[in-house]
Design a protein around this ligand. Structure first.
Ligand SMILES: *[C@@H]1O[C@H](CO)[C@@H](O)[C@H](O)[C@H]1NC(C)=O
Ligand SMILES: *[C@@H]1O[C@H](CO)[C@@H](O)[C@H](O)[C@H]1NC(C)=O
Length: 328
């Protein structure tokens, strides 16, 4: 789901009403097992030459955008344990910098290799494109594909991340896809959830699982036209604010997307691809879809928290770092 809720003043009430409705249908449960089962379609089988040779498969979305900025060699020297893909927009310079200086710093965890990348499309503003390009020359952590960067193209941004991992970093073990206003507790994510010392998982997908259905109210931010998605329920999907998967899933979702009709809600769309693949996202209570007031002990238990400003990011990070020795 989109990170920043911005409604017109007059529509505020309506927005809240639909947000509440959304909440009421999207209560997560503690385990995947207890959820109503949704028929799972047979996964597409990869052909001998590695491509998907399903005869019914038509390339609906070729996703053949060129790279305007790329970091093709990021994974060349050594495959990372975790690739962090952060969906961002051009103007969010502060948010990117805050992430670089806090949880996204690739060098904080001495023994675990992490690669952090910010994902963007092309801005319609030439100056902004230029500024991002300069930023990338300094930090080498930006990838830009040649599609129009807009809220309705967020799905393309996620797919570009999946394609990047499949193409330039196929030996990575895990991928975190998140947004630029998310705080991530890296210690928890890496050592308590993913556990580098254990056998790598395959076809693994976790986050804040939402079981909901399409909103047909055109005024809603999450409006889904009936002709685009006629079913009354979405497959279980993980909130786009933060989800984690084993890196094999990147290629699977990317390939599946080539012949799956695009939906503008990126997290719903990934859920649709996962259903086709027969991969079940499972609930992890550490992923917080909503904002959560800071307290040291509370934040020690989370994996992600939503709606954190760049200033808060620094404050939280400094507090947690300086109080490492304290017990909760
Ligand atoms: C892979 O196999 C598919 C289906 O058999 C075929 O259409 C395609 O051309 C092949 N690609 C390569 C690179 O050999
Ligand atoms: C999404 O990107 C494509 C490719 O650049 C562009 O043609 C299309 O207009 C964009 N859609 C929106 C809603 O911005």
């Amino acid at each position: 789901m989109p990170s920043k809720v911005s409604c017109l003043y007059l529509l505020t009430v309506v927005c809240w009403a639909s947000a509440l409705w959304y909440l009421s249908v999207s209560r997560p449960s503690n385990s995947y097992a207890g959820q109503p089962t949704i028929p799972v379609r047979r996964a597409h089988k990869a052909g001998k030459n590695g491509t998907f040779s399903n005869v019914r498969a038509r390339t609906l979305n070729p996703h053949d955008f060129g790279y305007l900025v790329n970091e093709a060699k990021k994974c060349e020297a050594e495959a990372p344990f975790l690739v962090i893909l952060i969906s961002t927009t051009h103007k969010e310079f502060d948010a990117r910098q805050a992430i670089r200086e806090t949880w996204g710093d690739e060098s904080t965890l001495a023994d675990v290799r992490v690669v952090t990348l910010f994902l963007l499309g092309r801005s319609t503003d030439a100056v902004l494109n230029q500024m991002v390009e300069q930023e990338s020359q300094i930090f080498h952590d930006v990838v830009v594909e040649d599609f129009v960067d807009s809220y309705h193209n967020l799905t393309l941004k996620t797919l570009m991340g999946m394609r990047w991992v499949a193409t330039f970093c196929p030996k990575a073990q895990y991928v975190l896809k998140t947004d630029s206003d998310i705080f991530v507790n890296m210690e928890n994510l890496i050592f308590n959830l993913l556990k580098p010392a254990t056998k790598p998982r395959r076809r693994y997908f976790t986050g804040y699982v939402i079981n909901g259905g399409p909103i047909r109210d055109m005024r809603s931010k999450w409006y889904m036209p009936r002709d685009l998605y006629p079913e009354s329920k979405y497959p279980p999907f993980c909130s786009g604010t933060g989800y984690v998967f084993s890196a094999d899933v990147a290629e699977l979702v990317y390939q599946t997307s080539l012949h799956t009709r695009l939906l503008h809600l990126e997290d719903v769309y990934v859920g649709v691809c996962l259903r086709k693949l027969g991969i079940h996202p499972f609930q992890n209570s550490g992923f917080n879809h909503w904002k959560m007031a800071y307290s040291l002990c509370r934040y020690r238990r989370v994996v992600t928290v939503h709606q954190i400003s760049p200033e808060e990011m620094h404050r939280i990070w400094n507090d947690m770092t300086s109080k490492k020795h304290l017990k909760c």
